[in-house]
Design a protein around this ligand. Structure first.
Ligand SMILES: C[S@@+](CC[C@H](N)C(=O)[O-])C[C@H]1O[C@@H](n2cnc3c(N)ncnc32)[C@H](O)[C@@H]1O
Length: 346
């Protein structure tokens, strides 16, 4: 039985590796895999992203977009792993991270996450204390917002030169407390082809299809660097993988965690297409044999068999404002129409 604790209105649960997670107040859905919150951020996001940095020439400027930042595990574990790494070639000059999260009441959970023993280098380098201070200021700003004195401007940024670290020279971290769909059009106006990495970590597609649409993935495709940009997510759903392929990504599986069957890596090196076809999925791993074969996989026959034309119909939300029910209903209608057409033609 997992240990449960309540603090400042947040329900914390201990996961299999001893790290903490939260349960969503509305749906009860856990923020992380029960096998381990830290482990999940390592296996689904930090390790596969690091494998690419080790195998390819590291860019001097590395940019990460962390979507649905939550308690911050994905970013924190990635930075910890990067700061502990010996990278080939020259070090990364600047790592810039933009995090998007709707719920500001998670700030105490972000701070608790950073306090855990799994982040020793974040603490010793001075980065964790700087982020904690910035988050506390952000909370205070919220409290002062109603005083009419001009508080509440967007200052949730911090820039740190990490001490005792050779793999990265400077870290710029910014968190936006904003709705994902509202924030994306602004990013698209300012930051086309800017990002090397996207970590996409909303709640599950069934409960929140609005965050797993072809339209959002098409925006990521434009935000990521052409040819080299990569997206990581935990979902292996057919509707998600087919939407990624339609948006112009090559789609692969990442390593499994707990009872899950792996996550998804999407590389921004394919072409957009109106229709999903199985042939769009690559039959070989990207790049050279330098990629660790136990971290990435081409989709196997069982996964391909699940991508039937019906299952491959993506969630759609062209104006980025449809509600859950409309997105599900529209997909159902599209699937029914497809089945009718397939029956007619057979
Ligand atoms: C699965 S959790 C993310 C876990 C997180 N990546 C971590 O490492 O702790 C999903 C997150 O999505 C956030 N979220 C829900 N609706 C959102 C929205 N409209 N825009 C941005 N974030 C949202 C939730 O507040 C929650 O923190």
């Amino acid at each position: 039985m997992n240990e449960v604790r309540e603090d400042e209105g947040l329900v914390y649960i201990e996961t299999g590796d001893g790290s903490i997670t939260l349960a969503d107040r509305e749906t009860g859905e856990w923020y992380h895999n029960s096998a381990g919150a830290f482990k999940e951020s390592l296996v689904n996001y930090a390790e596969p992203a690091m494998a690419f940095l080790r195998a390819e020439n590291c860019p001097e400027q590395l940019a990460l977009l962390d979507i649905c930042f939550g308690m911050g595990y994905n970013t924190f574990t990635f930075i910890e792993t990067l700061m502990q790494a010996e990278l080939p070639g020259s070090a990364i000059e600047t790592l810039s991270i933009k995090a998007v999260e709707l719920d500001k009441s998670l700030i105490p959970a972000m701070i608790k996450t950073l306090e855990q023993s799994v982040y020793p280098t974040l603490k010793s380098s001075g980065l964790a204390p700087a982020i904690v201070e910035m988050l506390k200021e952000s909370l205070e700003k919220e409290t002062c917002q109603d005083d009419g004195q001009g508080h509440g401007q967007d200052k949730d940024k911090v820039s740190v030169i990490p001490q005792g670290v050779s793999s990265v020279g400077k870290i710029d971290f910014e968190i936006r407390f904003e709705d994902l769909r509202l924030c994306l059009s602004g990013l698209l106006a300012d930051e086309k082809q800017h990002y090397d990495l996207v970590f996409h970590d909303p709640f599950s597609p069934r409960k929140f299809p609005q965050f797993w649409t072809l339209d959002i993935f098409s925006i990521y495709r434009k935000l990521l660097k052409e040819g080299s940009g990569k997206l990581f997510t935990y979902s292996v759903a057919g509707a998600v993988r087919s939407a990624l392929a339609q948006a112009g990504f090559s789609v692969y599986r990442t390593r499994a965690l707990g009872r899950k069957t792996g996550g998804t890596l999407a590389v921004a090196d394919a072409k957009e297409s109106d229709n999903f076809r199985l042939e769009m999925l690559p039959a070989e791993l990207p790049g050279s044999s330098a990629f660790s074969s136990d971290l990435f996989f081409v989709l196997d026959d069982i996964e391909l068999e699940k991508l039937t034309p019906r299952a491959a119909v993506p969630y759609r939300d062209p104006g980025l404002k449809l509600d859950r029910a409309s997105i599900l209903r529209n997909r159902q209608n599209e699937q029914d129409l497809l089945s009718q057409n397939l029956n007619l033609s057979s």
